[in-house]
Design a protein around this ligand. Structure first.
Ligand code: UDP
Length: 417
């Protein structure tokens, strides 16, 4: 059996006060058609990054709506994760060599995991490239009686041909694929497609704002001065999150606002061996600046700390060069913060430039927008309030669940029709 991730129960009713009756009625009416359906989500890690973050909410909420819902992980060694990180980078457009040996290891590991796949399901949702090839190994087993859905969280607009061509034949085995945006489809796929943006859970520890007293304790614990302006970026150490560009942006802002501090919060994911390398690179680049704080789960940064720093931030940044969606943008907007973020990928779905945040194309432009925001509390507030409302209407878990249920029904109708 593939290892199962335990999740805490959640009730969909708890969301009524936040999203309103209509949203819940839609979910109940969709779920009624799927009562008892068995759903399993499969990915490669239970910690770090946006996919794990979402599954902790989506999996129990499917359960609360009357489906049987599970989350399972694939098992793999570090070499496999290094290879899939290469694939991930190539799919985001980085020039990477993926050798035949690497491809063979990828397929072997998927085969081993396919052998561990057990149980009967109605819907199998496979996230990202790591477990994508399992399906081809399952052939006519009971597992293939389920509807298989591949969920791509990556911005594949600029995917390297070789990486895409390697993955595409596996994707074509699925009954459907989900991308965040239609721009991400590199070449026409023959299977049914759905375009579903990700979401945040307003009731997760990450999104509940800790009391002021707790925020102050956390600031003190890490030596941050909460009374001075804070630029915050929350991301894995990854070249696409542009940590060095962020430091350059802070240095430009510092010339106009000498009291500004930069906090970079990271979590080191199991399937992200590159993380340490980029942490060390960034740490060396910072040159001991006492107003820059590079903190991670290694120093006890967890959900409450992330939420507290998001609440304390003056400006939230996400200086990404590629971004599948950018949940950290959504989290910042939900906390009524002005967000300055790279004009890339799914970030453009979230921010209307100049209205509920800023989209930027360079370090200089990012610094200019941060300077503007640090000079006007009223602007920060206005943008923050609009961002919060945008997230409430479009990017909460409840909308996301409804989109999944609609896709399940569409696939079921195909069978019956
Ligand atoms: N995250 C976190 N702690 C960290 C860094 C990231 O909890 O130190 C979370 C972050 O709050 C967000 C997710 O990891 O919920 C990152 O998702 P995003 O879509 O921004 O990026 P990804 O890592 O999936 O590329």
């Amino acid at each position: 059996m593939l290892p199962k991730v335990p999740v805490q129960q959640k009730s969909i009713e708890q969301y009524r006060g936040i999203v309103g009756d209509d949203v819940l009625e839609r979910l109940y009416s969709l779920a009624a058609k799927l009562k008892g359906a068995r759903v399993v989500n499969i990915n490669s890690t239970a910690h770090g990054g946006g996919v794990a973050e979402m599954l902790y909410s989506l999996v129990p909420l499917f359960g609360s709506l009357g489906l049987q819902s599970e989350w399972r992980l694939i098992e793999a060694d570090q070499d496999f994760f290094t290879i899939t990180k290469f694939m991930h980078n190539a799919l985001q457009g980085m020039d990477m060599l993926i050798t035949d040996e690497m491809k063979a290891k990828y397929i072997d590991t998927n085969r081993e995991n396919a052998q561990l796949f057990d149980g009967a399901y109605d819907f199998v949702i496979v996230h990202d490239p790591q477990p994508c090839a399992m399906i081809t190994e399952l052939k006519e087993t009971i597992a293939r009686k389920a509807k298989w859905i591949w969920r791509c969280h990556i911005d594949t607009t600029y995917a390297e041909d070789e990486a895409w061509d390697f993955l595409e034949p596996f994707i074509e085995h699925y009954d459907a694929a989900i991308f965040t945006m239609d721009d991400y489809i590199k070449s026409p796929l023959k299977i049914p497609l759905a375009f579903i943006p990700p979401s945040i859970d307003p009731l997760s520890a990450k999104n509940i704002i800790p009391e002021k007293r707790v925020q102050s304790d956390i600031a003190r614990r890490y030596g941050v001065d909460e009374n001075r302006p804070i630029m915050l970026q929350v991301s894995r150490f990854d070249p696409w999150k542009d940590p060095l560009g962020l430091v350059d942006c802070y240095r430009l802002v510092k010339k106009e606002h000498p009291d500004v501090q930069l906090i970079y919060l990271a979590s080191m994911a199991d399937d992200d061996p590159e993380g340490w390398h980029y942490y060390q690179k960034t740490s060396a680049y910072v040159e001991g600046d006492p107003d820059i704080f590079l903190l991670s789960n290694q120093q006890g940064i967890g959900n409450v700390e992330v939420s507290a720093f998001q609440a304390m931030a003056t400006v939230v940044l996400q200086k990404s060069l590629r971004e599948g969606f950018g949940l950290t943008v959504t989290e910042g907007m939900w906390k009524r913060k002005p967000v300055v973020a790279g004009k890339v990928g799914g970030i453009c779905l979230q921010i209307d430039d100049g209205l509920d945040g800023f989209l930027v194309c360079s370090i200089e432009e990012a610094a200019e927008k941060v300077n503007l925001l640090l000079s006007s509390h009223a602007t920060c507030q206005r943008i923050g309030d609009l961002g919060h409302e945008k997230v409430r209407s479009r990017f909460l878990t409840t909308r996301h669940i409804g989109d999944y249920l609609e896709l399940f029904i569409r696939l079921m109708d195909q069978v019956e029709g």
